[in-house]
Write a protein that binds this ligand. Structure first.
Ligand code: HEC
Ligand code: HEC
Ligand code: HEC
Ligand code: HEC
Ligand code: HEC
Ligand code: HEC
Ligand code: HEC
Ligand code: HEC
Ligand code: HEC
Ligand code: HEC
Length: 313
């Protein structure tokens, strides 16, 4: 590995001040190279070889504006020649969130998973990259988070922490499922499920379906007989995605009350099937009878069926 020495750098620095390119020589702020930073910031340097951003230093395949420390902190010339003046170097926590975003996205805007970041609710909510990522303080090489993923998220989303402590839940606290299995914290494109509403940064799955079907593949379909709420409105129509006091993560304690939210003719509304509104429960379904209260005992393929239009098998 050939690395320019500090002395060579200083020569370049001197040359730059002798032959300034711009009209105001005093404003020249040359690049000095990361080895120069090493001398005064040994603590940061010491762990940097484990950082994925060390790559540009090791490979030397990038222009100096994109290499090592200065790839993020900007040129260090004036900072060094002014004995470490903090006002002459980019100090990230002092930047506005939008400026942090701009800085990181000079390199990361091409990552496919971050195409939507500028319009994500994190960006509009003034949450920037360094609210979650810690470049120098991370215990893990990837993805450079300050703490574990769920603790990172819980720090701001206290109400979600409470959901994962309910009796029925996805085992996020046990490490079996990650927030990022379902969410892309960098934002997502508009979804095909529940199109009119905010996608809540829920990851699309195969075929732009909702993330749930990545794991619950048997619910993926397509089915010959689709149950519209599953396909159109998505799984959260009936399930609490995080946790619930009800078995099967249902949003209602008894499944039939859930069904009757849509299949309701108790009041004799006479729902119009031709307009595609839900079918009323047939007359012989006497809800007062316990036998009829467990709708899914008979309509067992409630997520869709290839055999029966009424989802009984
Ligand atoms: C990927 C962008 C990036 C690179 C590359 C980078 N830094 Fe940083 N640096 C940051 C950010 C962001 C912070 C704010 C604290 C944090 O997020 O860890 C920071 C903070 C610092 C601090 C403040 C003290 C601290 O530990 O938080 C120093 C000093 C520093 N960096 C020096 C360096 C040096 C020296 C290098 C090269 C060895 C370097 N940085 C490479 C982004 C970067
Ligand atoms: C001659 C020694 C010296 C060199 C070389 C040097 N720094 Fe510094 N740097 C300092 C001093 C001193 C401070 C101020 C520390 C303080 O006040 O806490 C500082 C502060 C910083 C800070 C702000 C830290 C904070 O706590 O907010 C960053 C970021 C930083 N340096 C990055 C760099 C980078 C990147 C390089 C290489 C381009 C570099 N420094 C080279 C001496 C140096
Ligand atoms: C709300 C927290 C949060 C914010 C804000 C955030 N990230 Fe992330 N980032 C994560 C988490 C969690 C992961 C790991 C899970 C994943 O890959 O989605 C990750 C993964 C990554 C990865 C590696 C995987 C990939 O998708 O390429 C990169 C690179 C990255 N983030 C860069 C950024 C940049 C750049 C920004 C700002 C423009 C940013 N992140 C903002 C939480 C966040
Ligand atoms: C000069 C270009 C550049 C800048 C600026 C930059 N990065 Fe990176 N980043 C990279 C490269 C290159 C990698 C390594 C990619 C790899 O090895 O897969 C990387 C890796 C990462 C990773 C780890 C990816 C993973 O696979 O887990 C995260 C997180 C990340 N960057 C966040 C940031 C954040 C936050 C900022 C702004 C403070 C930033 N980066 C600024 C070039 C850059
Ligand atoms: C620094 C605080 C902070 C951190 C850390 C954070 N968030 Fe957020 N999150 C916010 C804010 C602010 C909003 C916007 C709230 C709003 O618009 O009502 C938000 C919104 C969201 C939303 C709702 C999106 C929508 O469109 O309604 C989801 C989902 C989300 N965050 C997931 C995560 C995940 C997953 C993590 C961890 C990887 C995380 N957040 C980490 C502050 C944070
Ligand atoms: C099993 C998939 C899944 C996991 C795991 C998951 N979420 Fe969600 N989350 C969703 C879905 C789906 C929605 C949208 C719900 C809706 O629109 O009714 C959502 C909505 C949200 C919202 C918007 C507000 C709300 O309550 O609807 C926030 C904030 C959020 N999630 C944060 C998190 C955090 C933080 C984690 C990890 C600790 C996490 N989520 C884990 C699927 C998940
Ligand atoms: C990362 C994989 C994964 C994703 C993504 C996922 N789940 Fe799960 N889900 C599981 C696992 C594993 C279980 C097993 C229960 C446990 O953890 O004990 C489960 C359990 C369930 C259960 C309860 C099953 C029972 O028999 O009680 C429901 C309902 C459920 N998930 C719905 C969803 C919904 C809705 C989504 C999307 C918002 C989703 N899941 C996304 C992995 C996932
Ligand atoms: C119309 C309401 C409704 C929608 C929408 C819905 N479910 Fe369900 N789901 C239920 C009911 C009711 C049960 C309980 C069935 C039982 O107890 O036999 C259930 C049970 C489950 C179970 C556990 C039992 C099993 O069959 O494996 C999983 C996992 C599940 N649903 C995942 C999903 C996923 C993933 C989606 C979205 C693709 C989804 N659900 C959409 C109503 C719904
Ligand atoms: C969010 C609204 C909604 C919920 C909740 C819901 N459904 Fe449906 N369901 C529909 C719609 C819309 C149709 C399609 C009606 C049509 O095509 O005429 C449908 C169709 C059906 C059909 C087939 C009817 C036919 O004539 O083809 C059955 C059976 C059914 N649902 C049972 C259930 C059961 C059992 C539950 C509770 C586990 C339930 N539904 C929950 C909206 C819902
Ligand atoms: C004991 C078994 C059983 C239970 C329990 C049951 N159903 Fe049915 N359901 C049927 C049968 C059988 C049919 C077909 C009737 C027919 O062909 O005339 C049917 C038909 C339907 C239809 C289609 C009506 C139409 O005219 O197209 C809907 C909607 C429906 N049930 C909803 C529900 C709901 C909601 C519940 C729970 C409150 C429920 N069912 C409980 C057996 C049951």
């Amino acid at each position: 590995m050939t690395v320019r020495t500090t002395i060579q750098r200083l020569v370049l620095l001197a040359a730059a001040s002798l032959f300034p390119l711009g009209a105001q020589p005093a404003e020249q702020n040359p690049y000095v190279g990361s080895r120069t930073c090493q001398a005064c910031h040994p603590d940061v340097w010491q762990t940097f070889h484990r950082n994925p951003h060390f790559r540009s230093l090791a490979m030397e395949d990038q222009p100096e504006s994109r290499t090592g420390c200065e790839g993020c902190h900007g040129p260090g010339g004036l900072h060094v020649s002014n004995a470490g003046d903090k006002s002459k170097i980019v100090v990230f926590p002092k930047l506005q969130p939008a400026a942090v975003l701009d800085s990181c996205l000079t390199c990361h805007s091409a990552d496919f998973g971050k195409m939507q970041i500028r319009r994500s609710s994190h960006s509009t909510g003034e949450v920037s990259c360094i609210s979650c990522h810690s470049i120098h303080g991370s215990q893990e090489e990837r993805p450079l988070l300050a703490t574990s993923e769920r603790e990172t998220c819980y720090a701001c989303h206290l109400e979600i922490r409470a959901k994962f402590e309910l009796p029925f839940r996805h085992r996020v606290n046990e490490g079996a499922v990650l927030c990022s299995d379902c969410h892309n914290p960098h934002g997502t494109p508009m979804s095909t499920w529940r199109t009119a509403q905010s996608p809540r940064m829920v990851r699309p799955a195969f075929g732009n379906d909702i993330a749930c079907t990545n794991c619950h593949t048997d619910k993926r379909g397509p089915f010959i007989h689709e149950h519209p709420p599953v396909r159109v409105e998505g799984c959260p129509t009936c399930h609490q995605p995080h946790g619930s006091t009800n078995p099967r993560l249902l949003s209602r304690p008894a499944a039939f009350t859930l069904c009757l939210e849509c299949h309701n003719d108790v009041m004799g509304f006479g729902l119009d099937l031709e307009r595609g509104v839900p079918a009323p429960t047939p007359g012989f379904h006497n809800i007062a009878e316990p036998r009829f209260q467990n709708c899914v005992a008979c309509h067992a393929r409630i997520h869709g069926s290839n055999a029966d239009q009424l989802f009984r098998r």
